[in-house]
Design a protein around this ligand. Structure first.
Ligand code: 6FW
Length: 135
């Protein structure tokens, strides 16, 4: 099998397993699998920095990340949550304002699959838990 096809079928298996993607059709999942870009991070790396502009959506395929948020200037960022395989983040900057609302850092080695803004908008952004996500 060509490596491109192998990659696509691996990504298909993964995106089918993402709980939030349960309502997406096979056709849409296949398009998602087509556009995924794999990115790797090491312990402590910033995947997202609060206040930066951003136009990408992330799904964790391996490892764990820590989400923190600075509520006001000259204050330590407060812990918000830990995310792991199958969890996603980065949707806030893709709706309306393009500013990142929290920090996301790698806990150990992390692999993410990244979706660009346009593909997110076309394929994923319409899902209830994305467009209505409130914290
Ligand atoms: C939070 N408050 C804010 C998380 C993601 C999905 C689910 C928890 Cl279902 P962005 C930074 C990203 C942001 C969100 C993510 O951090 N995030 C939060 C919170 O309490 N953001 N403002 N918790 S993790 C999470 C549950 O995805 O998107 O583009 O970048 O602002």
């Amino acid at each position: 099998m060509r490596t491109g096809l192998l990659k696509h079928s691996n990504y298909m298996e993964f995106v089918r397993s993402v709980p939030s993607f349960k309502t997406l059709t096979e056709d849409v999942l296949s398009k998602v699998a087509d556009v995924l870009e794999e990115t790797h991070y090491s312990d402590g790396d910033y995947i997202i920095r609060q206040g930066a502009t951003g136009d990408t959506f992330f799904i964790i395929s391996d490892g764990q990340v820590r989400v923190t948020q600075q509520k006001s200037a000259n204050e330590e960022p407060a812990f918000l949550s830990t995310l792991s395989r199958g969890d996603w983040f980065g949707e806030q900057a893709l709706k309306g304002e393009d500013v990142r609302t929290a920090n996301v850092t790698a806990i150990g080695d992390v692999t993410c699959l990244v979706v660009d803004r346009e593909s997110f908008k076309q394929l994923i952004g319409g899902l209830d838990n994305m467009s209505n996500k409130m914290y």
